[in-house]
Every structure is written in structure tokens, then in C-alpha cells.
Design a protein around this ligand. Structure first.
Ligand code: B12
Length: 481
């Protein structure tokens, strides 16, 4: 009945866990579903042709995770590739096509128009896709499908996304080749909750996942870990926006892991905010198997933290690093340099501060990807209207189009901001530097500094040879060896 296709072919390969959850839920509703995973095949066009020459589903669902790599100056854009995939599928079947996934949800209407598919689903896929199948087979009352976008009478219609407050997901995780992804991608994902209630100016998560926290029962999360363990998967990356928001849920998940002694069987990594975090949570996390935390640090300068809408101070960041050190958890700090109001002085302050904090590593990302419907879009609206000349960086010409990779780098950082940041870092091996505007990047210099996980061949090769873990952790270990 339904064929779900993973379109993400980036390397290292990341498992399409959204499809694992969605397929389980659709199957539970009694609908036949199969997965065609283009992430694991050598030739995607051949895989599509082979598949549709024998199978003719009634509906085809495409999962679209990354619209672009969100990385300046690489600015790799994947929407044209999605359109090509749609064309290839159209040649093989008349079945209607629906696209979903986080990359789709951020830009839903624009991607629907660009790819000319029949339907799109914004937000969670589990309930929505089941509803779409039912409506497609029955009365076709599309207004009853949460998050659906479709064309009718030459107009686009959009329903409110499905962001159910309580989420209960399948725990078997048996629709995708999770072990294959561990071998090619070094870790497997799982979720303990969805949504984010914070207001970071640049973040698209509330648009794709909703702005309320939607928690999973910790025992369901632990059941899922046990299913993955049975498949031979013992290295995980949690896919929550920030694991410690809310703190009570993070603690409840750790308590359940500890009750089942999972900490001795799996090791896992998370994204976290520097607050709320304390010794009790750090201890519970370490005992439950957490070996690495990537903090949304953003900046070491108070004025920039305020601009970005962060709730933590630079002292909170310092405290978080100390807590990780005393709990034996590896620590990475993600920075976002170049936002509105950034000056050479604020960047210098940040880099100096991070050097003093001495985390295991720090990612010096330069350039804020401007997403539609975010606070950042409103803040830089004037510059967006005016186009190229001030703080907007992009690799396309013509009018600004936020569907395409469009970045903000404060003009105060000058013509060559990456060179400036690299000079300040001064070869300090704890930092992952921004790639240089001149095209020369650190990995071309033979250094292990490229932390764009898009076609990162060094990382892919290390994983092939057996490295496992979060990518920053693999890269920093490569560097120190
Ligand atoms: C965890 C995470 C990572 C981890 C992944 C770990 C792992 N093993 O899974 C790591 C650190 C490796 C990572 C890397 C990258 N990431 Co990342 N990541 C995330 C994060 C936080 C969660 C993704 C996730 O798995 N969510 C859980 C699953 C279940 O959700 P889902 O896939 O969206 O699926 C649901 C719905 O979308 C829908 N759905 C999905 N498919 C389909 C299909 C159909 C037909 C339907 C109807 C519905 C549907 O239903 C699902 C269940 O409800 C997201 C932000 C976010 N909150 O989503 C960013 C995010 C996806 N990443 C992003 C980026 C840019 C990257 C990188 C490219 C960064 C880089 N340059 O290195 C790489 C790419 C890696 C790769 N090879 O694909 C961006 C993409 C934005 C964009 N511009 O397109 C995001 C959105 C963050 C952001 N706001 O910037 N990432």
C-alpha cells in the first residue's frame, strides 16, 4: 500500500529514524508499508527503478531530513536533488507522492511548490500519515489530515501540524537497517521527547517539532534502547533538541536506564543547553551511559548570548564544563559566530573565554543560517530586503530566497571573517575552525578540523575502520592520535 523512501544520502550515513517510527505506527494501524532506503544503496536511481518495476504502491512517502547542510561557506543545497528523485519516481509510478521530514517541515510550502509533489506533511508523521492513507482510500476529506499541505482548485491548503502532546512511539525499531547505519554512521539515533519551548532567535526546531515539550514515557525509551541492544547497537545519539529541557525528564530517563543497568551496556551522546545542569544530573547521566555532551554554547560574550535569546550566561557554560570534567563526560561547545551585533571584539572575547574553559573541543561555526518564520528572519529583515551587500552571505544571485542556503555574518567582521576567526584560534587544536572563504579548508591542510558532517570523508573512513560515537568525539580523538 505505502512505500516510504529515505532520500538522505549524506556521508557519514545517518539512519532515517523518523521512518522507523512512522512505519511502525502506520503498520500498527493495519496498513501495509515497505521502506526503500536510498541512504544505503550505491545507485539510487537504479534502486528506484528496480523497486518500482516490481512493486506498485498506492501512495509513496519521501522523507526529507536536510534541506541544506547549514554550513557556510559550503552551503550545499539538497532541494534540487529531491526534485530529481521525485521526477525519477514519477516516471515509474502514478501513485501520489507525499513528502515529510524535518527538512520539509521547515520550508513546507516552498518545497511542495518546488518539487511539485501531491502532498506534504508538516510535523510528526505517525498520526498524520495514517490519516492521509485512510482519506486517500476513503472520503478524501483532506482537511482531516493533520499538517497536510495540498493543492485544490489551484490553491495551496495547509492544516495545522500534528504535534500531539503525549507521544508514544513503537519501540521495536525494526523497519530500517539500524546495524547497517551503526557500521556506516558510527551511532544510532533515538528520541526521548519532541519540541522545544525556548526562543533562540535562529532555531527552526519549534517550526518543525512544535514549541511545546512533548515527552515520552522513560520506560518506553528504555524499551527502545533494549530493542536496539538486541540488534547489536550500543552507541547512541539522542535526537532531542536539548536533552536537559526539561531537567526533570532528563533525570527520569536516566533513572529508568539506571534501574535497568543500561549504563554498562550502551554509551550515548546528547545535545544540551548549559542550563539547567548540576552535579546530580551529571552523575545520573554518566551512570546511565552518557559519555559526551555537545552544549549549545553559542558565545562567550554576554551581549551575544542575549541577542541569540539564550537563557544561560558564560558562567553557566564554565560550570557545565567543570561538571562534565568531574563526571568523566567528554565535552564539546558549539559556537555560533557572526550573528547580529557581533564585532571583532566580541569574537575575540568568545575565543579567549573558550580557550580558558578548556573543553575537549569547540566548534567555531561562522554564519547564522536564516530560516523563514524565525525571530532571526525578522531581525535581519531589512538586510534581507536589500540583498547581498551588507551582512547576508549566499552563493546564489537574484532575490533573497530563504529556501536556499542564506546566512548572516555581521558585516563588522569584515570581508574575510573566517580568516579573522582562524587567526584568533591560532591553530589551537581544541577548536574546529570555520572553513576559509578562499576555499582552502583545514582538512586540505591535512588537519582534522572539518566538522561539517556533509561528505566528511575522513570521518566516513574512520567509522569504516571501527570508530564509533558522536562525530566531534571521533574527530577530536583522530586529532589527538
Ligand atoms: C540529532 C540530530 C543530528 C545528529 C544525528 C544523530 C543520529 N544518529 O540520528 C547529528 C549530530 C549526526 C546530526 C548531523 C547533521 N545535522 Co542534524 N539534527 C539532529 C536533530 C536535533 C534531530 C534529528 C532527528 O533525528 N529527529 C528525530 C526524528 C524522529 O525526527 P524526523 O526525522 O524529523 O522525523 C519525524 C517527522 O519529520 C516526520 N517524518 C520524517 N520522515 C517522514 C516522511 C513522511 C512521508 C512523512 C509524512 C513524515 C515524515 O515524522 C517523523 C516522526 O514524527 C535535528 C533537529 C530536530 N529537532 O529535528 C537536526 C537537523 C535535522 N540537522 C541539521 C543539519 C544541518 C545537520 C548536518 C547537515 C550538519 C552538518 N553540516 O554537519 C548533519 C547531517 C548529517 C547527515 N548525514 O544527515 C538541520 C537540518 C536543517 C536544514 N537546513 O535542512 C536540523 C533540522 C537542525 C537545524 N535546525 O539546523 N544531526
Amino acid at each position: 500500500m505505502l512505500t516510504l523512501i529515505n532520500t538522505n544520502r549524506m556521508r557519514p550515513a545517518i539512519g532515517p529514524i523518523g521512518l522507523d517510527y512512522v512505519a511502525a505506527s502506520v503498520r500498527q494501524a493495519g496498513i501495509d508499508v515497505e521502506i526503500l532506503d536510498l541512504g544505503l544503496v550505491d545507485d539510487p536511481n537504479k534502486a528506484i527503478t528496480d523497486y518500482f518495476s516490481v512493486g506498485q504502491p498506492e501512495l509513496v512517502g519521501l522523507s526529507f531530513r536536510n534541506a541544506d547542510d547549514c554550513f557556510w561557506p559550503s552551503a550545499d543545497w539538497f532541494v534540487p536533488g529531491l526534485r530529481d528523485t521525485v521526477k525519477t519516481i514519477r516516471c515509474m509510478t502514478d501513485a501520489p507522492i507525499v513528502i515529510g521530514g524535518v527538512g520539509f517541515s521547515i520550508f513546507a510550502k516552498s518545497i511542495l511548490e518546488y518539487t511539485d509533489v501531491d502532498f506534504g506533511i508538516c510535523g510528526d508523521g505517525e498520526i498524520a500519515l495514517t490519516a492521509l492513507v485512510r482519506q486517500w482510500q476513503g472520503a478524501r476529506r483532506f482537511t482531516e489530515v493533520p499538517g497536510l499541505i495540498w493543492r485544490e482548485n489551484n490553491r495551496l491548503h495547509a492544516n495545522r501540524p500534528s504535534w500531539p502532546t503525549s507521544i508514544s512511539l513503537g519501540t521495536a525499531r525494526n523497519f530500517i537497517d539500524n546495524l547497517g547505519y551503526l557500521k556506516r554512521g558510527g551511532q544510532c539515533g533515538l528520541e526521548t521527547k519532541r519540541g522545544c519551548n525556548r526562543h533562540c532567535i535562529y532555531c527552526a526546531d519549534p517550526l518543525a517539532k512544535g514549541d511545546r515539550l512533548r515527552l515520552r514515557d522513560p520506560s518506553e525509551v528504555a524499551d527502545e534502547v533494549q530493542s536496539l541492544l538486541l540488534q547489536g547497537i550500543d552507541v547512541l545519539h539522542f535526537c532531542d533538541s536539548e536533552f536537559n529541557v526539561p531537567r526533570s525528564h532528563a533525570e527520569a530517563v536516566c533513572d529508568e536506564f539506571n534501574r535497568r543497568s543500561l549504563g554498562s551496556k550502551v554509551r550515548w551522546y546528547v545535545y544540551m543547553s548549559p542550563t539547567p545542569f548540576d552535579a546530580d544530573l551529571a552523575k545520573a547521566m554518566a551512570q546511565a551511559g552518557c559519555v559526551g555532551i555537545d552544549f549549545t554554547g553559542d558565545s562567550g560574550c554576554e551581549s551575544m548570548l542575549q541577542t541569540y535569546g539564550q537563557q544561560h550566561s558564560r558562567e553557566d557554560l564554565a560550570a557545565a564544563v567543570t561538571l562534565c570534567r568531574s563526571s568523566n563526560i567528554a565535552v564539546m561547545i558549539d559556537l555560533l559566530l557572526g550573528g547580529p551585533g557581533e564585532t571583532p571584539q566580541t569574537v575575540r572575547e568568545t575565543i579567549d573565554f573558550i580557550k580558558k574553559l578548556n573543553p575537549d573541543c569547540a566548534g567555531a561555526a561562522l554564519g547564522m543560517r536564516v530560516y523563514p518564520r524565525t525571530i532571526a528572519e525578522k531581525m535581519v529583515a531589512e538586510e534581507l530586503r536589500e540583498g547581498e551587500d551588507r551582512s547576508i552571505r549566499r552563493k546564489y544571485s537574484g532575490p533573497i530566497n530563504l529556501l536556499r542556503p542564506t546566512f548572516y555574518i555581521s558585516e563588522a567582521l569584515g570581508e574575510r571573517p573566517a580568516e579573522f576567526v582562524r587567526d584568533l584560534i591560532g591553530g589551537d587544536q581544541r577548536f574546529f575552525e570555520p572553513a576559509s572563504e578562499t576555499g582552502r579548508n583545514a582538512s586540505e591542510d591535512g588537519e582534522v578540523a572539518n566538522y561539517n558532517y556533509n561528505e566528511n570523508l575522513l570521518l566516513t573512513e574512520a567509522i569504516r575502520k571501527g570508530a564509533r560515537g558522536a562525530y566531534w568525539d571521533i574527530l577530536r580523538q583522530l586529532r589527538s592520535s
